[in-house]
Write a protein that binds this ligand. Structure first.
Ligand SMILES: Cc1cc2nc3c(=O)[nH]c(=O)nc-3n(C[C@H](O)[C@H](O)[C@H](O)COP(=O)(O)OP(=O)(O)OC[C@H]3O[C@@H](n4cnc5c(N)ncnc54)[C@H](O)[C@@H]3O)c2cc1C
Length: 355
């Protein structure tokens, strides 16, 4: 089949990769200048694959999509033509003395919502010192042993490079689309099937009803992140700090990068990271990893998470057109399973992204 994809973000690249494996001929359109131009929100993400921790705000559907996607990433990454860091060595949740209220509430909630074999596991400070000697100053620690993380920039490029039979039209925004047709400044492009994976770019400006749940009724949620270079750091897995006022996570990336994120602000402002967020994130990070005091801030980034009114993902399918949107704050956690579901609606229930 001839497939047209509007949007070369995470969902669009996964569609291209999985459909190209089936032998389809793919054409992708995106306004970015090239495959590494970090326009898509997927580039800014930490790549936490946190199916259990996301139960704080997510529902069972997010959890199940996350579990399926963890298995799918394990299957997809070895097939890519470029290396992608993918780790399944769990994550840690840490709390300072005095912050027990917020921490205990979250641990109770996760313990209530997660299945018996995925419960947060309390670990002693002695054990923490042995496992993660860089961490200090915390009073409580829990492990989520089955969570993972993925190197998002590597994965974005590797998905692009691994999609065979795919024509990439960069600097080409899609102005409009309909079943089997994509409209760009170059004209009309006809396909057997069209995918709308434009994230925030899918917004229909004159949407008739602000309360309508639709892939085109999408808003952006600002996220700001920092990268530190820390040559001495030895941290084997992501940390989430259970703080009463803000949410901070720290993700190690080889060889010596510490990724610190992320704000979550109801705003579509893409301007650089604010002083307030920088201070909050770095103060929190320094409170658990004191050795970052001499680290260098080598990169900051801001992007917008595409969210629908219920903050949950959504697929809309009609003959000749599939829309995928609303991946919000858990796109890396759930995208492989969401795309698999969309392809099942198009190709039939027998389709599996494991094939
Ligand atoms: C700071 C931050 C941290 C995050 N951390 C995590 C995390 O740790 N774990 C996790 O699971 N998720 C995380 N996320 C969420 C995740 O990155 C997103 O859910 C996911 O990237 C959304 O994918 P998408 O393909 O729907 O949209 P995007 O990745 O935004 O892609 C949309 C694409 O459409 C293109 N486009 C826009 N307009 C048009 C047009 N008119 N025509 C053609 N193309 C168009 C854009 O250029 C872009 O390439 C984070 C997000 C942010 C911002």
């Amino acid at each position: 089949m001839k497939i047209g994809i509007a949007g070369a973000g995470l969902a669009g690249r996964l569609c291209a990769f999985l459909l190209s494996k089936q032998g389809h001929e793919i054409t992708v359109f995106d306004p970015a200048s090239g495959p590494s131009d970090p326009v898509a929100s997927g580039f800014a993400a930490a790549g936490m694959l946190s199916h259990v921790a996301e139960l704080e705000k997510g529902d069972n559907n997010i959890y199940n999509l996350g579990v399926r996607s963890l298995a799918l990433w394990k299957h997809i990454v070895p097939q890519l033509v470029e290396p992608v860091e993918l780790h399944y060595n769990g994550s840690l949740m840490l709390a300072h003395r005095g912050d027990e209220g917020a921490a205990n509430r979250l641990i109770s909630l996760l313990s209530h919502k997660a299945p018996a074999d995925q419960q947060p596991q309390k670990i002693s400070l002695e054990q923490l010192k042995i496992e993660e000697p860089s961490i200090s100053g915390v009073a409580h620690a829990w492990a989520l042993p089955n969570e993972g993380h993925i190197h998002t920039r590597q994965a974005m490029h590797a998905l692009y490079a691994s999609s065979a039979n795919t024509h990439w039209h960069w600097q080409t925004p899609v102005n409009k689309l309909s079943p089997q047709t994509i409209f760009t400044q170059e004209g009309e492009h006809h396909f057997d099937w069209v995918f709308d994976t434009r994230g925030l770019g899918a917004r229909e400006v004159k949407f008739p009803n602000a309360h309508t749940l639709s892939c085109q009724n999408v808003r952006g949620v600002r996220g700001e992140v920092l990268w530190l270079q820390v040559p001495t750091l030895s941290l084997s897995r992501p940390i989430r700090l259970l703080h009463p006022r803000y949410c901070v996570y720290l993700v190690p990336r080889k060889p010596d990068i510490l990724f610190i994120g992320a704000s979550e602000i109801e705003s579509e402002d893409r301007s650089p990271i604010s002083v307030r967020t920088t201070v909050e994130l770095l103060t929190a990070a320094h409170s658990v990893l004191p050795e970052i005091a001499e680290a260098r801030i080598i990169h900051t980034e801001t992007n917008l998470r595409p969210a629908l009114i219920d903050n949950f993902p959504r697929i809309e399918t009609e003959q000749g057109l599939s829309r995928i949107n609303g991946l919000f704050r858990h796109g890396w956690l759930i995208a492989p399973a969401i795309v698999e579901n969309a392809l099942q609606e198009m190709l039939g229930e027998q389709y599996s992204a494991m094939s």
